[in-house]
Write a new protein. Structure first.
Length: 211
């Protein structure tokens, strides 16, 4: 999406026009609008993406090219995988009671993909106050889960959908958490890169990850 197009007035980027874009184009439009401080366009992109997840509202004529997903609460999605969260309010991961496997919730829109491979930043140190969540109990819990996943060789990921707050990790703060897609589970390895822990997986899993 060219910057010149974004310099058009917000009136030209109407919700109807945005809703006709593919989800990937909406994401690119939102990212460029954030960079250019076009807050009205950012808000419309967020709404269009959330509609793609939960389906059009009653009476709405706007649509997207993506089938709406059936979402369930985070704690229920974990329980379906045999995991009971230590703190259902703040925990984003847990251990399956039957075999000790690590299951972690991943914010779907934060998944990065290129050449058929996917990655997700699970944890990074709170350098100069850049990631305060890492020092909170839920962040420390995530770090322990990353280490365990590396030790056992793999972990499972559940995809969480919602509307994130600019400037905040979605695990820490989000405008809304719409829920987890119970039909998609990705199996990934955890790699340590410097002080960061990344989830990485390949082409087979990435086919299920379009928003």
């Amino acid at each position: 999406m060219a910057d010149e197009a974004l310099k058009q007035s917000a009136q030209e980027w109407t919700p109807e026009r945005i809703s006709k874009l593919s989800v990937e184009d909406i994401k690119r439009l939102r990212e460029n609008a954030q960079r250019l401080n076009q807050t009205a366009i950012v808000a419309r992109c967020v709404e269009a993406l959330s509609v793609a997840v939960r389906g059009p509202r009653a009476g709405s004529k706007a649509g997207t090219r993506v089938r709406p997903r059936r979402l369930v609460p985070r704690s229920r999605a974990f329980e379906a995988r045999g995991v009971w969260l230590d703190d259902p309010r703040t925990s984003w991961g847990g251990l399956r009671k039957s075999d000790g496997s690590v299951v972690i919730a991943l914010w779907a829109e934060s998944i990065e993909s290129a050449d058929g491979a996917c990655r997700y930043l699970l944890w990074a140190p709170n350098a100069d106050g850049s990631r305060p969540w890492s020092d909170q109990p839920a962040g420390k819990e995530r770090l322990e889960h990353c280490k365990r996943a590396m030790a056992v060789g793999s972990a499972e990921g559940l995809l969480v959908y919602g509307e994130r707050c600019i400037g905040h990790l979605p695990e820490d703060k989000a405008y809304s958490v719409l829920g987890v897609d119970p039909e998609v589970v990705v199996v990934f390895q955890v790699e340590k890169r410097g002080g960061e822990f990344w989830a990485v997986w390949g082409k087979r899993a990435s086919a299920s990850l379009s928003l």
